[in-house]
Design a protein around this ligand. Structure first.
Ligand SMILES: [Zn+2]
Length: 245
């Protein structure tokens, strides 16, 4: 009897701790929207208290001597998921971006609509985030803006692969030519920011490509319909950060 009692206490403790460590639900609207993210979990405080947050309006840049972004495309796309926050493609054999002589590999890319970052006060209908990590797990996000224009064949591939069911991860059968999601001009704005979703971790290096790529009006609409809601965090204060171009 005594043993049984101990076991049930233990299982209660385990239950309580697994509940405590499960990430709370967060959204872009309502009671769990961006202005509340910092209150939803102790680990997410940075969403409120951080001073180097993303996204930002890219304006008043300073001229640096930045090399064009060096991307080595050799990507195999693995899976695609609509996780309720975004549509995300997980990659293996990630492409490499070399930043300050350090190699970063692509882990995943995902979509925001409308764009999160703005350029000179202008929002774009879609922004693609290519999330890279180096061996020390430092993150670098390469952001590509999308404007309305010609249909992008790679986007059609992605659109047809989006699973109808939320959180259902599907394998991508036909690997697509990923370089078509990047502008030919590899100039960019660089700044230090954060993840734009909880836990809003800082120390993320951002590379926002200056030249947008194009998607047709119909492709943009299809993306917005798959996302079901806007998924852009509001602009964050610059707090004296420098944006280099
Ligand atoms: Zn993102």
């Amino acid at each position: 009897m005594k043993i049984k009692f101990k076991v049930s206490i233990l299982s209660l403790c385990l239950m309580a701790s697994s509940l405590a460590y499960a990430d709370p639900h967060w959204t872009y609207e309502g009671k769990t929207s961006p202005e509340h993210w910092g209150e939803l979990d102790k680990k997410w405080e940075t969403c409120h208290t951080g001073s180097n947050q993303s996204p930002i309006n890219i304006d008043h840049t300073i001229k640096g001597k930045l090399d064009n972004l060096a991307i080595d495309f050799h990507v195999t796309n693995e899976t695609i998921v609509n996780n309720g926050h975004t549509i995300q493609v997980t990659t293996s054999d990630g492409d490499d971006v070399t930043i300050d002589n350090v190699k970063y590999s692509l882990k995943q890319f995902h979509f925001h609509s409308p764009s999160e970052n703005h350029i000179n006060g202008q929002a774009f209908p879609v922004e693609i985030h290519f999330v890279h990590a180096n061996d020390d797990n430092q993150l670098a996000v390469v952001a590509v803006m999308v404007k309305e224009g010609k249909a992008n064949p790679v986007i059609d591939e992605i659109l047809k692969d989006i699973p109808a069911q939320i959180d259902k991860e599907e394998k991508i059968e036909q690997p697509f030519n990923f370089s078509k999601l990047f502008p030919t001009d590899k100039h960019y704005y660089r700044y230090s920011g954060s993840l734009t979703t909880p836990p809003c971790t800082e120390g993320v290096t951002w590379f926002v490509m200056k030249e947008p790529v194009e998607m047709s009006k119909q492709q943009i609409t299809q993306f917005q319909e798959a996302l079901k809601h806007s998924n852009n965090r509001p602009l964050q204060a610059l707090n004296g950060r420098l944006i280099v171009e």
